[in-house]
Write a protein that binds this ligand. Structure first.
Ligand SMILES: *Cc1c(COP(=O)(O)O)cnc(C)c1O
Length: 458
């Protein structure tokens, strides 16, 4: 009996969508097709697999059955028409951007972007003649509109940004982009499709670092580009000649060949030529993670809310940037866009600056001090000396990334154990820095309107 996958719940889809068969042996799990290439049956078959008129596989840099199973599964979870799996999140962003923009083109991006993305857009793609403007006032539609130029080819933003947890009004930005005939590309890494599906709110393309919540266990890197499949490339008057004019080996343009999936079609050629192919072994591990995504992210979010509330009540903590707290400037957007949980990556600022942050991270036992997020284990990072080290002091100040700011990624351990670890570290800071806990209590500290938070989370 045929099941319409779109009617299934999220947890069912994360286990069954885009089923990957093993026609030969009936293996229930998705087989790992660890092979560089696939045998051709004669010259006509080889030609057809090369020019794309055959569904058969040719070479794993182009496509692979294990990778394709992950693509179908993630596309189903995001509500997209299709997906492209690549080797890292950075490769996903690079591929999506290069599929849309070329030398002379322009990108409008949220200023609240992952540092790797910010540097990619500004420096690396800048050297290729693609320019970017960053919008800081992301809640203001006029700020987005003012940044758009005739050469703009895409609008880029993150659904939830780090480290300060800004939540994007996806619908607002999609509307501005669409009024200008532009697609909105969303990096949905921190939310994961369990918490937020940007395509449902008007986004056209979604990218992920699958290294984070999708894979979920801190073992492999991966990235994915999901195409909503509804942007009308042909109507945008010569803006995307790579989709509407450039002909492939079969003599057709991506729009002629793939219709609404034209972008993904072309993105696949970008990935194939630039070469960030994922290993089918890594693809398998990403799929393994995806099958428990809802369970993990629900637990990550519940623990993060509990820990954020606890931190906000500690005298040694100056502020907590968690969108699940009523004190966060984007709490209203979080309540609107994140009904199933507020995510588990957030930051807080210790009194006592750099010395306090140093003593604190050294004293932690369960939290691992490293760069990464979305791991099943809890992690801590000091952005000022790592991810944001290339920024000037003024830029860090403007972004609210002070010397005492630490980023947490709350894992799947028992929350009381994590709180005990944090409490112990706060005591260690107090022992190392005279007067540390004697500071005034954190702003509306206990003041976290607990009821409001619980209500919002319910
Ligand atoms: C980690 C991350 C990336 C980059 O992903 P990699 O898999 O490390 O290349 C991009 N965007 C966000 C929001 C991330 O957290």
């Amino acid at each position: 009996m045929h099941i319409d996958e779109r009617e299934l719940g999220f947890a069912t889809r994360q286990l069954h969508a885009g089923k990957a068969g093993d026609d030969t042996h009936g293996a229930r799990a998705t087989p790992i097709y660890l092979t560089a290439g696939f045998e051709f049956e004669g010259l006509d078959d080889g030609r057809a697999r090369f020019d794309g008129t055959s569904d058969g596989y040719s070479y794993t840099r182009v496509a692979n059955p294990t990778n394709a199973a992950v693509e179908r599964r993630i596309a189903a979870l995001e509500g997209g028409a299709g997906a492209l799996l690549v080797s890292t999140g950075q490769a996903a962003t690079t591929t999506a951007v290069l599929a849309l923009a070329a030398a002379g083109d322009h990108i409008v991006s949220s200023a609240h972007a992952y540092e790797g993305t910010r540097e990619l857009l500004r420096d690396n793609l800048g050297r290729l003649g693609i320019t970017v403007d960053f919008v800081a006032d992301t809640r203001n539609p006029d700020a987005w509109a003012a940044a758009i130029r005739p050469e703009t080819r895409l609008v880029f933003a993150e659904s939830i940004a780090n480290p300060r947890n800004q939540v994007l009004d996806v619908r607002l930005v999609a509307d501005v982009a669409h009024r200008h005939g532009l697609p909105l590309v969303i990096d949905n890494t921190l939310a994961s499709p369990f918490l937020l599906r940007p395509i449902e709110h008007g986004a056209d393309v979604v990218v992920h670092s699958a290294s984070k919540f999708l894979a979920g266990h801190g073992t492999v890197l991966g990235g994915v580009v999901v195409d909503g499949g509804w942007f009308d490339w042909a109507s945008s008057a010569g803006r995307y000649p790579q989709l509407t004019e450039q002909r492939g080996a079969d003599g057709r343009t991506p729009v002629e060949r793939s219709g609404s999936n034209a972008l993904l079609d072309y993105a696949r050629s970008v990935a194939m030529r630039f070469g960030p192919a994922p290993s089918p072994l890594n693809a398998f591990l990403i799929l393994q993670g995806v099958e428990t995504l809802s369970l993990r992210v629900r637990q990550h979010s519940a623990s993060a809310l509990e820990i954020a509330r606890w931190l906000a009540a500690q005298p040694g903590v100056e502020s907590v940037d968690y969108s699940g707290l009523a004190s966060h400037p984007d709490h209203d957007l979080a309540v609107r866009y994140l009904p199933d949980g507020f995510g588990s990556v957030f930051s807080f600022t210790l009194r006592g600056g750099l010395a306090a942050a140093d003593a604190f991270t050294r004293a932690l036992r369960l939290f691992t001090h490293m760069t990464h997020l979305g791991d099943s284990r809890s992690l801590v990072l000091h952005p000022g000396t790592t991810t944001h080290a290339l920024r000037t002091d003024d830029e860090r100040d403007a972004a609210g990334i002070g010397p005492g700011l630490l980023r947490l990624s709350i894992g799947l351990e028992d929350a009381p154990d994590l709180i005990a670890d944090l409490a112990n570290a706060l005591e260690a800071v107090a022992a190392a820095i005279p007067g540390f806990v004697d500071g005034p209590p954190a702003a509306p500290a206990g003041g976290v309107p607990a009821d409001a938070v619980a209500e919002a989370a319910a």
